[in-house]
Ligand binder design. Sequence first.
Ligand code: CP
Length: 308
Amino acid sequence: MQHLTDIASLNSDSVTRLFAIADSLRKAMPARPLAGVTAVNLFYEASTRTRAAFELAAKQLGADVINLQSQTSSVIKGESLVDTFHNLCAMGIRLFNVRHPKVGSSHQLAELAPDGVHIINAGDGVHAHPTQALLDAYTLSKNLGDLTDKVIVIAGDLRHSRVARSNIALLNMLGAREIRLAAPQEMQISPAPAGNIIEYSDLDSATAGADAIMMLRIQRERITEMEIPDALTYHRQWGLTKGRLATASADCKVLHPGPVNREVEISSEVLDGPQSLVLQQVQFGVFVRMAVMLEMLRPGYELNSVEC
Ligand code: CP
């Protein structure tokens, strides 16, 4: 894998291998396999989980890490993304974890990348967030096993969500039995994505009998064309409450990519409850990102070289 710009960079075999590497890394860490590599977290949007997870993952593998945020870099003096990229390449940086509001920005850098330089998309506008989808699918498979007989709901502001788009693509690739997309009409993805999709315009119908429910926040920072719903009204209609969760399968798992807006898309009772995997997603996100970095920078890395 040269770059990870969206789920199309992967296939089911490469996902299986990434998950196996993540499993091994959770058992024991190899001794600094990325020593001598410098990675940059090049972030043009706010982040807590993704930026911290990339930094931790790279450092635990022995890489050096630079964090560059647009607000405190020469971006505010007018330097373009591409010029910033070329300058960082000139310093010998080999791995770019890039978050940018423009759709296709990671793909653009991947096209320009010299040999030996790798791009991981850490979120580009509404388009893709592939490492989030990988960590979500990894968390689901660790808790539910084989996904081919599972019903998975993704609910909330789908239209403005790169997480939803990447999850839909990856769950389809992994053969999930049914992907239910539930959203108010103005937050649905149009046209509807291809695959094993069923669309719902109310949450109660979508959650009935589900094996997992992934809730999404209203992504205010990307909403320009519609009014932001009132939080209380939205919660009544679209919030995942204990009552709604009770209509799902008895052991239904609850996911959320974060950041969470409590009592808007999800109640605190559900978020902090026994069926929630939200903090496990965050924990596994570090290992999944380590696996991606290893596959890129040490391709064919021998799993049995990991000290288990
Ligand atoms: N899930 C996610 O991308 O969170 P951050 O925006 O905090 O990185």
